[in-house]
Design a protein around this ligand. Structure first.
Ligand SMILES: [Zn+2]
Length: 74
């Protein structure tokens, strides 16, 4: 059982909501990963990375974001 604990809260650059950002997982999805995606715990980014890929997806509006570039209120 894979546990994804990388979900973070941040201000979405698109919708401006303080929203949960679910991690985008790249690579061929395992059955556990598919199940997690079905639950909405993660987003699947596909098998190919391009170098400037988003790291998270806003659960409020679905926008892909690069969370390191998003200002966080730690
Ligand atoms: Zn958003």
């Amino acid at each position: 059982m894979i546990v994804f604990c990388d979900q973070r809260f941040a201000i979405c650059p698109r919708c401006g909501a303080w929203a949960a950002m679910r991690p985008i997982v790249f690579g061929y999805p395992s059955p556990e990963l598919m199940a997690a995606a079905d639950r909405g715990s993660v987003a699947l980014g596909g098998c190919v990375m391009h170098g400037e890929d988003p790291t998270h997806q806003c659960t409020a509006c679905g926008q892909d974001v690069i969370l390191d570039s998003v200002e966080e209120d730690a």
